[in-house]
Design a protein around this ligand. Structure first.
Ligand code: SF4
Ligand code: SF4
Length: 164
């Protein structure tokens, strides 16, 4: 009988604790360049008391049950956090990919683009904007999909909409 796959574990990844997703932890803002004060870089030093929202509830696309992302796409290794099904565009699911660092490495981005193409999914992916060697807490967002999708996302971004 085939063995049940083991649930995926976070450790030693702390990508979502380290500011690459903009969150608030017990009221403290966490953003690029400002990790959660409880992150050790390989775990959480107050795991038993971590807040329910966002810490207990949040599961990235790699960790979720039945994830299509391969093992090597674990965020601490691939340097990208994937959030599936963040919205829909003309009936197609839209996934969002956020870099762990300045930008998504080419191997991971290529995998995501091929996955989107094969499965009729839209992809929005971001890059951190750095000024004078420091993160600005702003991102530029690119759209991968049909030209109409790219154009619509560019227009929405120009109007000041944020996607990640
Ligand atoms: S990014 Fe994913 S794997 Fe990494 S700590 Fe967060 S939920 Fe766990
Ligand atoms: S409290 Fe712990 S689990 Fe929550 S963001 Fe901070 S380090 Fe991560």
């Amino acid at each position: 009988m085939a063995k049940e796959p083991r649930p995926r574990e976070c450790q030693p990844c702390t990508a979502c604790c380290d500011g690459w997703l903009q969150i608030r932890v017990n009221g403290v803002p966490v953003y690029p360049g400002r990790p959660c004060p409880h992150s050790t870089g390989t775990g959480c030093n107050d795991y038993a008391n971590r807040p329910v929202d966002p810490c207990v509830h949040f599961i990235c696309g790699w960790r979720r049950e039945g994830s299509p992302l391969p093992e090597w796409m674990k965020p601490n290794n691939s340097k990208v956090i994937v959030l599936f099904n963040q919205s829909r565009w003309r009936g197609f699911p839209v996934d969002v990919a956020v870099p762990v660092g300045k930008r998504i490495p080419p191997r991971a981005l290529k995998w995501l683009q091929q996955f989107a193409e094969k499965n009729n999914r839209m992809l929005l992916y971001s890059e951190q904007i750095v000024e004078n060697g420091a993160y600005t807490n702003q991102q530029s967002v690119s759209a991968f999909g049909p030209p109409e999708f790219q154009q619509e996302m560019a227009e929405r971004a120009a109007r000041g909409e944020t996607f990640v």
